[in-house]
Design a protein around this ligand. Structure first.
Ligand SMILES: C[S@@+](CC[C@H](N)C(=O)[O-])C[C@H]1O[C@@H](n2cnc3c(N)ncnc32)[C@H](O)[C@@H]1O
Length: 243
């Protein structure tokens, strides 16, 4: 049964459109950070991949794949990767890097809003979504998490990873304090970001995983591999779908 597109409210559509424009302007920054992020995957992602029993050539989906950093990493480790990404600039950068990467099994990058994606292809042994779920307004973040798990094949796994904050907040605000809403400022100028704590992020993912698969999660943490934000802590939640 194919997944159905998520029906967005007008507010959610607005936030999605805002993200698309914002990330179009971030492709160069992501390219600059790619080598450190790629190498950093040895520290946190590789140990998690080692716990999965994926066969060589297993299908992987990288959601919000940006310039393809995680997609290339998964491809190097034998996965057949599809990256899905809504920003055309990000997709162009990923495709350009793909041409020069020397990989036999190049990832396939699709420009597509994940919310409205209806794939007509088999499910994936691995679904990876890093720094993605926090972009969506509640309760859409729950629907997005459920949609991520929808794409996991029986016996497969999802890795859902996000930076943690000391305090939980759900707010329209920018990553930069200087761009947070001033009193009276139109909210349409701003982007959404959920600031999950360790507990709220786990609670979100675990509740959805129990509902979809009756499965619980394992939770790992790692320090940021972003040279500009070394203090950040990431929560890496792994959901395994029973066979
Ligand atoms: C914070 S970045 C994280 C990128 C990458 N996963 C990483 O960890 O480096 C979020 C990415 O998700 C993409 N994105 C945001 N909303 C999306 C949507 N609805 N569908 C597909 N991609 C989306 C953005 O364009 C951006 O490239």
């Amino acid at each position: 049964m194919p997944s159905e597109p998520i029906l967005l409210t007008s507010h959610e559509s607005h936030v999605s459109a805002k993200n698309e424009v914002t990330y179009d302007g971030s492709a160069a920054l992501y390219r600059r950070h790619a080598p450190a992020r790629y190498a950093g995957n040895d520290v946190w992602l590789l140990p998690i991949l080692a716990t999965l029993d994926s066969r060589p050539g297993a299908r992987a989906l990288d959601v919000g794949s940006a310039v393809g950093t995680n997609s290339f990493y998964l491809a190097k480790h034998g996965y057949a990767v599809t990256g899905i990404e809504s920003s055309s600039e990000m997709v162009s950068a990923a495709r350009a890097a793909s041409g020069s990467g020397g990989l036999d099994n190049r990832p396939r990058f699709i420009r597509q809003d994940f919310c409205t994606w209806v794939p007509d292809e088999p499910l994936f042994e691995l679904v990876l979504a890093t720094a993605f779920v926090h972009l969506f307004t509640p309760p859409l973040d729950r629907d997005i998490t459920d949609a991520l798990l929808y794409h996991v094949a029986p016996g497969g796994a999802a890795i859902i990873s996000t930076t943690l904050e000391a305090q939980h907040s759900q707010a329209l605000r920018s990553k930069l304090d200087s761009q947070n809403p001033a009193p009276g400022q139109p909210l349409s100028d701003l982007r959404w970001r959920n600031h999950y704590t360790r507990a709220t992020f786990r609670n979100l993912v675990e509740r959805v995983a129990i509902g979809r698969f009756g499965a619980t999660c394992t939770v790992e943490e790692h320090r940021s591999q972003d040279p500009e934000r070394p203090e950040k802590v990431w929560s890496d939640i792994v959901v395994k779908r029973p066979s």
